[in-house]
Write a protein that binds this ligand. Structure first.
Ligand code: BTN
Length: 321
C-alpha cells in the first residue's frame, strides 16, 4: 500500500528532505498520488512537513505508529509476527482475547494508538490517551502450570526494562510484580491474562498486555505516573520502543521457557526489584500486612519476612506505596 511504503521510506530518511519526484520515481506513481498519500499520513498524525519546491520531511519528533518501521526493526522469530495496529480499541488485551486464540500462532501482536477502556490489574483502569503511550498485547502459548503464570509478567518486566534502557537511555526498576517505575513514578504496567482448559487444568494461551506512558500523562494519574517524554524530553520513540520490547521479550521468554536459563532471568528481575530489604505494606485480596521484601522465588511469588521473623510467600497481591 502506497501510504505504508511512503511512510517507511520517510522513516528510513527521518529528518531528511525527500522530493516528490524521488518518491514518485521510487514507487512508480504520480506526484499527485504521493501528495495524496502524504495528506492521509498527516491526517493520521504523522508529522510530515511539505516544503514548497523542495519536498517532504518526517520530523524527528513525529511519533505516529508505523507497522513497516516496527517490522523492519524486529529481530524476532515469532513475536510481532504478525502485527495488527489499530487507531482505537477498547483494550488490546480484550480485543486479542476475543479472537479465536487456538487458531492464532504464538507471537500474534495487537497494538492500539488509543484505548477507550484500558485495563489494569485488580479491576483497575489504565489511562491510555491517544498517541501518548504504547498499548500492546502479545499472545503466548507456554507450557506452564497456572500457578506459575506470573513468571511471564516477570519476563515482560525484564524485557520492558531492557528496552527502555536501550532505546531511551533510562534505567527503570520494578515494583513487584507488574509495575515498572522510574524516579518513584509508574512508567509502565503489565497485565497478564491466561485462558485455561478446565478439563486439563492447563494453560492454553496467555495474553501479555503492556502499557508504557511515552508522552503527555493523563490528568487523572499525573501525580503517580511517569513518561518517557517527562523523563528524557524525547519524543518520536514509539516505533523503536515497541520493536525493542518485542525483541527483548522474545529473548527473555525463550530463555525462561525453552533454554533452561530461568535463574538468569530471575536474577535480572531481582536486580531491578525495588524495596528489597525494606519494610512495606502488602495487600492481598482479603488482608493487608507489613513485611520486609526479600526477593522472588522461581514461581514469581514475592518472598517476604514478617515482623515476627516468619518467612512468607505472596502469590497474588501488591506492594502498596
Ligand atoms: C496495571 O497497571 O495494573 C497493568 C496495566 C496494563 C495496561 C496494558 S495496555 C495494553 C493492555 N491492554 C489493556 O487493557 N491493558 C494492558
Amino acid at each position: 500500500m502506497l501510504q505504508k511504503d511512503v511512510l517507511a521510506y520517510l522513516e528510513q530518511n527521518r529528518g531528511k528532505v525527500i522530493t516528490g519526484g524521488q518518491l514518485s520515481l521510487k514507487f512508480g506513481v504520480s506526484r499527485t498520488a504521493i501528495w495524496k498519500a502524504i495528506h492521509v499520513l498527516q491526517d493520521k498524525g504523522h508529522e510530515i512537513i511539505s516544503l514548497p519546491n523542495s519536498g517532504y520531511q518526517l520530523l524527528d519528533t513525529s511519533d505516529g505508529l508505523s507497522e513497516q518501521t516496527i517490522t523492519d526493526l524486529l529481530t524476532t522469530q515469532e513475536l510481532g509476527r504478525p502485527l495488527e495496529i489499530h487507531e482505537t480499541l477498547n483494550s488490546t488485551n480484550s480485543y486479542l482475547k476475543n479472537l479465536n486464540l487456538s487458531e492464532l500462532q504464538e507471537g500474534y501482536t495487537v497494538i492500539a494508538d488509543e484505548q477507550t477502556s484500558g485495563r489494569g490489574r485488580l479491576g483497575r483502569t489504565f489511562a491510555s490517551l491517544a498517541k501518548e503511550g504504547i498499548y500492546l498485547s502479545v499472545l503466548l502459548k507456554p507450557d506452564i502450570a497456572l500457578q506459575n503464570i506470573s513468571t511471564l509478567t516477570i519476563c515482560a518486566a525484564v524485557a520492558v526494562c531492557r528496552a527502555v534502557e536501550r532505546v531511551c537511555g533510562i534505567t527503570a526498576g520494578v515494583k513487584w510484580v507488574n509495575d515498572i517505575f522510574i524516579n518513584g513514578k509508574k512508567l509502565c504496567g503489565i497485565l497478564t491474562e491466561a485462558t485455561v482448559s478446565a478439563e486439563l487444568q492447563k494453560v492454553e494461551s496467555v495474553v501479555v498486555g503492556i502499557g508504557i506512558n511515552t508522552g503527555t500523562i493523563d490528568e487523572s494519574v499525573k501525580d503517580i505516573a511517569a513518561s518517557i517524554l517527562q523523563e528524557t524530553g524525547q519524543k518520536g520513540l514509539r516505533n523503536r520502543l515497541i520493536a525493542e520490547v518485542l525483541n527483548q521479550l522474545e529473548e527473555v521468554y525463550f530463555d525462561f521457557t525453552g533454554r533452561q536459563e530461568k535463574d538468569q532471568v530471575l536474577a535480572e528481575y531481582s536486580e531491578k526489584l525495588l524495596f528489597i530489604g525494606k519494610q512495606v505494606t502488602i495487600k492481598e485480596i482479603d488482608k493487608s500486612y507489613v513485611a520486609t521484601v526479600l526477593g522472588v522465588d522461581e514461581t514469581g511469588a514475592l518472598r517476604v519476612v514478617l515482623p515476627n521473623g516468619e518467612a512468607g510467600r505472596v502469590l497474588s497481591g501488591e506492594i502498596v506505596i
